[in-house]
Design a protein around this ligand. Structure first.
Ligand code: F6R
Length: 341
């Protein structure tokens, strides 16, 4: 059933070009889009990887739309009151996460319109919400979420496409190719460096902040190495004291608006002795000069490159776990769906 792959996680990462294509191509209920257009606020609630997808949605919305977006960890929602006039969107691969469903029920009690972005048609969450938005990832067997995350990002990109006309002008065939090419990127040198570490920082700016959080979550859950995602600018406000020769940094530094400041951040990290694995855009020779290991994605649109980086970070986590001989599809202490609070 693994179709020639060593692990389900690897197989599921390889499905991502098609998963993105299918999901981005599917229709979004026009009534849901009308609800969003009249919403005073959008509140996204989720856990884990799904939370990281929600955070990415917030950045995308800030770039293209005026409606404010809040993103809350579902288990903390009981400490916040949803605003009247909010549309509350739960993001949950399994559709069974207890904290997410509890937060949704609270939002309903406050009279909010509710929606779920889920991978499982007919799951508990779909019975609670007003609107269901399906990720078309197919069953995800590996405990670590990979293709379902990319599918959640695809749903959010298609919501944006419908909500803010003209905000997303991606050529789907081109994106399919960009994600496919990302599967072929050699991450072995970076994986060797990560596998030998006890602590790793993942840093990025803008869209690459939530992407870094997800990269760190992925590697920690399957390798058991302590990893933290940070907004690159936050490193100076505390964690920089931890940097030394033993703490590799995975720095996402594609040629987007944050490029110059990311490049100078990398130099600061190097000055503290930290080895840097930079993930950048092909053809960037300046990055070669400052980082210890460079992993390049193909040049594309900003969102195309972001999707490629997501895949590369998943592969980096996967290959590090292979080197360490971990039980990749079933990491210790973790369950695929968390149905208790
Ligand atoms: C990480 C992972 C978990 C889930 C989280 C939420 O790879 O799988 O962090 O993302 O437990 O699960 P769902 O999306 O099913 O609500």
């Amino acid at each position: 059933r693994k179709g020639g792959f060593d692990h389900y996680m690897q197989k599921e990462i390889y499905e991502e070009p098609d998963v993105f294509y299918r999901t981005f191509n599917s229709e979004i209920d026009p009534d849901f889009i009308s609800e969003l257009k009249s919403a005073e606020e959008i509140c996204v609630i989720a856990c884990g990887t799904s939370y990281n997808a929600g955070l990415l949605f917030r950045y995308l919305m800030e770039m293209h739309c005026d409606t404010p977006v809040r993103v809350e960890v579902a288990s903390e929602c009981r400490f916040f009151r949803p605003r009247r006039g909010s549309v509350v969107i739960a993001v949950t691969q399994s559709g069974e996460t207890a904290d997410t469903i509890a937060a949704l029920n609270m939002a309903k009690a406050f009279g909010c319109t509710t929606a779920a972005v889920t991978n499982v048609v007919g799951s508990s969450v779909t019975r609670v919400v007003d609107y269901s938005l399906c990720t078309r990832a197919g069953p995800e067997i590996s405990v670590a979420a990979t293709k379902s995350y990319t599918a959640q990002v695809a749903v959010f990109m298609s919501v944006l496409r419908e909500l803010c006309n003209g905000s997303i002008k991606e050529d789907l065939d081109e994106i399919h190719k960009v994600i496919e090419d990302a599967l072929l990127v050699d991450v072995s040198e970076g994986a060797e460096m990560c596998a030998g570490a006890s602590d790793i920082f993942y840093v990025g700016r803008g869209l690459y902040y939530p992407v870094s959080l997800e990269g760190a979550l992925k590697i920690k859950e399957i390798t058991y190495i302590h990893a933290e995602g940070y907004a690159a600018g936050e490193l100076k406000h505390g964690p920089i004291s931890l940097l030394c020769e033993e703490t590799p940094i995975v720095a996402v530094c594609t040629m987007d608006v944050s490029y110059p400041v990311m490049l100078s951040n990398i130099k600061e990290m190097k000055a503290r002795g930290a080895p840097v694995i930079a993930v950048g855009t092909e053809g960037d020779e300046d990055l070669d000069d400052v980082a210890d290991v460079c992993i390049y994605v193909k040049k594309s649109t900003p969102l195309g490159e972001m999707l490629a980086v997501i895949v590369v970070l998943q592969m980096l986590a996967y290959q590090s776990a292979v080197i360490l001989g971990r039980d990749i599809d079933k990491p210790r202490n973790l369950a695929k769906s968390v149905t208790v609070i």
